[in-house]
Design a protein around this ligand. Structure first.
Ligand code: DHE
Length: 517
């Protein structure tokens, strides 16, 4: 299937591949024609801007019966009424009548007349190649420490800013696809960056030449992507369709689609996929099957790649679904949790089985977990999405050493090997303006900052040597604030449009312990 396609394809071709298929959700309901008409206009007015006009997902997830297989209808109704913790889903309890909420509750379990499938042909037809690999010089158009650059995703108007990590001056600002989510991933040399948007677009950007190299729509509702340590391949995790998509990192050519299903044919959304550097594999956790998937990188000689030579999936059975997970620094262990469970599980990737469980009742946000050394042992610290606390866990005994009480549930946690402090936000609830600074030696909060009263302050990223850090004020009239990481004094404010994540080239390409990978 591997093709070399250097011709430019037009954007519209992306949609031409939307094929129509019949659909058989297991828990579907049927609405009368008049109810359906009324609900469709309600949906358009209240839900479509986030969940997509065809319920295929956008900023919010797809709302189709198969995608809701783990959500009972009475729980879905509660989400409509009260919103959903840890997401952008607002409460509609005071906006819609109970009858309207019930109609919408039924509607999302209604099988659509037709749902689009996004198969190999559609992916291939969507590819846009702006530059041939040899066309662009390997010399940057600007002067800066190339290993200390930051990218800032500005969610408010779908832009990305490239920032000099020494001077904190913007170098360039460019438009991104709609609703980027999760961390962009750098090529190992830091020259290229790969973005994933929630609606499936993968963009390869050349930082040296400040230009988009290639794009491809790998799915309809995408979670994230991972780049292999040899810089040769990209793996994309999708909710819709239920699959993983392997791309060639040079041109984003499609290499292989891995349908995600078990031996009985039950399919699953993919929670996320990560690169596991020492293992030379991609590792994915699944949302609807109790399995972890490990897939070796493909052969680096792409001319030899074909369906038979495609790397095979290794499946590891786990005790529960894994919505959220991360790895120890050696990538020997996967630590994961289901959002519904009262605890996490530790999967030994070499042994291929679950070896420990962790008592974590507060819905840990493990994807944001970080590790450091504390009193001669390695600890893992994670915010919790339902409780105002940071759980610090001994990574040998898997016991919780301490719950550090915070002013509310947090989302992102960060540190740097060279910093004495770990930072955690209070993303949810009335104290969203607060950010706590934790002393890694004492596990005590030493300072609580409120840099923009009334506005959410969240997500920190350190510079290369850990001496400075950036914090986002998540507002359309927002800012990125530069702090001295040791004195905790504010140094500079850069106006930005709802800045979300920030990503430092050095910390990401070196797999710094205090940041996400
Ligand atoms: Fe995220 C990273 C899942 C909601 C902003 N988020 C991630 C990753 C996952 C994830 C699996 C890691 C991807 C990677 O970097 O490779 N996020 C989820 C959810 O399941 C959840 C709770 C529900 C959902 O809507 O999917 C969710 N996330 C949000 C938001 O509502 C946030 C605050 C705003 C937004 O952009 O949608 C949000 N998520 C982020 C950010 C990162 C992220 C900024 C990257 C963090 C990093 O530093 O690496």
């Amino acid at each position: 299937m591997f093709r070399t396609l250097f011709s430019k394809t037009i954007l519209g071709a992306a949609l031409a591949g939307l094929a129509i298929t019949s659909y058989g959700g297991s828990k579907s309901v049927t609405l009368s024609d008049s109810d359906l008409k009324q609900t469709e206009s309600l949906y358009k007015a209240q839900c479509a801007s986030c969940h997509g006009t065809e319920r295929l997902g956008g900023m919010g997830p797809a709302l189709l019966p198969d995608n809701l297989s783990r959500l009972r209808k009475n729980k879905a109704l509660k989400v409509i009424a009260n919103g959903r913790a840890a997401t952008q889903m607002p409460a509609f309890g005071s906006v819609l009548t109970p009858e309207q909420q019930a109609l919408l509750g039924n509607y999302i379990y209604t099988v659509p007349k037709a749902i689009p499938v996004w198969e190999e042909e559609s992916i291939q037809a969507s590819q846009i190649i702006n530059h041939q690999p040899s066309e662009l010089p390997a010399k940057p158009k600007f002067e800066a420490d190339l290993m200390n650059l930051f990218l800032v995703v500005e969610l408010g108007d779908h832009h990305v800013t490239l920032l000099n990590g020494d001077t904190f001056e913007p170098i360039h600002r460019f438009k991104s696809r709609f609703a980027l989510h999760g961390g962009p991933k750098y090529s190992p040399d830091g020259r290229f960056v790969y973005f994933a948007s929630r609606d499936g677009w993968i963009t390869k950007y050349d930082i040296y030449n400040l230009t988009v190299v290639a794009e491809i729509r790998a799915g309809i509702n995408t979670r994230n992507l991972a780049v292999s340590s040899d810089g040769k391949s990209v793996m994309v995790a999708n909710y819709l369709p239920n699959n993983l998509v392997l791309l060639d990192a040079e041109t984003l050519d499609l290499m292989k689609v891995y349908p995600v299903q078990n031996a009985e044919g039950k399919t699953s959304r993919v929670s996320a996929v990560y690169n596991a550097p020492p293992r030379n594999t991609f590792i994915a956790a699944l949302k609807d099957l109790k399995e972890v998937w490990e897939i070796p990188y493909p052969s680096s000689d792409k001319s030899k790649f074909n369906e038979e030579r495609a790397p095979k999936v290794r499946t590891i059975a786990v005790n529960d679904y894994l919505d959220d997970f991360f790895f120890d620094p050696d990538y020997k262990l996967l630590i994961g949790a289901s959002r519904d469970a009262a605890g996490g599980q530790v999967v030994d990737l070499d042994l291929g089985k679950v070896t420990s469980s962790i008592p974590l009742p507060g819905m840990p946000h493990l994807g944001s977990g970080i590790t450091w050394d504390y009193q001669g042992k390695q600890v893992l610290a994670t915010p919790n999405l339902k409780e105002g606390k940071v759980s610090v866990i001994d990574m040998t005994t898997w016991e919780v050493i301490k719950d550090i009480k915070t002013e509310g549930p947090g989302f992102f946690m960060r540190s740097h090997e060279k910093s004495p402090y770990a930072w955690v936000d209070v993303f949810f609830g009335p104290n969203k303006e607060a950010v706590h600074v934790i002393d890694k030696k004492t596990l005590e909060i030493v300072k609580t900052l409120r840099p923009a009263p009334g506005k959410t302050a969240a997500h920190v990223e350190f510079n290369k040597d850990g001496s400075k850090l950036l914090l986002s004020i998540w507002d359309m009239d927002g800012e990125v604030i530069v702090y001295d990481a040791n004195t905790l004094e504010e140094e500079k404010r850069l106006p930005m449009v709802k800045p979300s994540g920030k990503y430092n080239v050095w910390n990401k390409t070196q797999y710094e312990r205090g940041t996400s990978h």
